[in-house]
Design a protein around this ligand. Sequence first.
Ligand code: DOR
Ligand code: ZN
Length: 451
Amino acid sequence: MADDKNYPATGTLAPVSPQQTLLVGVLPYGEGEPTNVLVKDGVIAAIGPDVQLDDDAKNGQEIELTGQVLLPGLVDIHVHLREPGREDTETIATGSAAAAVGGFTAVFTMANTKPVMDDPSIAESVWFKGQATGLCDVHPIGSISKDLDGKTLTEFGMMARSEAKVRMFSDDGKCVNDPQLMRRALEYAKGLDVMLAQHCEEERLTDGAVAHEGAVAARLGLRGWPRAAEESIVVRDALLARDYGGRMHICHASTEGTVSLVKWAKNEGIPLTAEVTPHHLILTDERLETYDGVNRVNPPLREHRDIMALRQGLLDGTIDCVATDHAPHSSEEKCCEFDNARPGMLGLETSLAVIVDTFVKPGLADWRFVAKVMSERPAELVRLPGHGRPIAVGEPANLTAVDTNKQWTSYGKDTQSKAENDPYEGMTFSSRVTTTLLRGRVTLHNGVVQK
Ligand code: DOR
Ligand code: ZN
């Protein structure tokens, strides 16, 4: 579990709710008989079928959740909340609301904001805005290079020691192409025990590329992004992590070859980890036939065999976790020629449903797996205290409840996000988050955000 030795508390944590809440009839991890969970002073106070609110509880509330699955609050280590700079497409407040709808209690927001999150003051302002919003812990990710220039390292130590307690660094959106810079970053990260996350894209192989290099792109006349552009950086950075130490994490793994390389690196004992997005687990480049800009994303949607390898990699633990890469864009940036559309897709509100329908409903995995890949493992990777914890008495009440028989259809216009670039537009799912609690505070109740 998350080790909090080096990171006691992250800044000022949102006040816990003094209110008692009784979650009635839930199935922790989808197991056993329906039971009640009493939440008091921000922690789980009791679990059992006969547990009730205390007699003297003031304003205690009961939430009827009979038969719903209870999970630890979800953790997403890769989102883009666009604040500061592009508040027209997402803010910390709207992104936090989307997170609560998706069942998340902690998200990590990428550094490619305007200005770039490359110093402690920007990181602190993001952290404190998230705490003031109070719907989800919003952790800033520091950039690896100043202004994402790929040349000058930022002050990891100052950001790590700031009130924001930055614990992850990334130039995501861009690859750290210079191997010498990455080597220095790893050496520096090792000393601070922070994680580096690489957007693997050998830019000399992706000049002008907008789609996966394959038969579909060739037919549609779109410039292709070869698998080797991703895999060559994965292997280079694995070798750097082998020789210089430091924890290296692969963002949005998208190819069959990446899964094999991560497996090889782990077998060698290299401190390399990886995430996969929901969209790379279920969507292929066949979607590009319509030239709809909503399907443009970096790395691009690939082929069936990549999807199958990524699913297998997640199931067997080669791929550590799911991360959404929630990337809001305005309709002007998306509803245009495919070549000009900005890459990125919304993901926070749909990710749990995608994972459940891909793995749990077909019987490939159980709810413990969902808890592992969407909460426990991501919290562990970034050494995050208080999240990804067991559902047990005395643990922080970061929780989410899922109705597993609630057919619903996703529409971009219905999201809490400011943007509407939902790749699952019109798609129907079987399960939906109904309730989310952040340190005892109900942030989502019956699907309604509690602002
Ligand atoms: O599709 C993407 N969008 N991939 C990235 O790496 C960056 C992101 C963004 O910032 O929109
Ligand atoms: Zn990203």
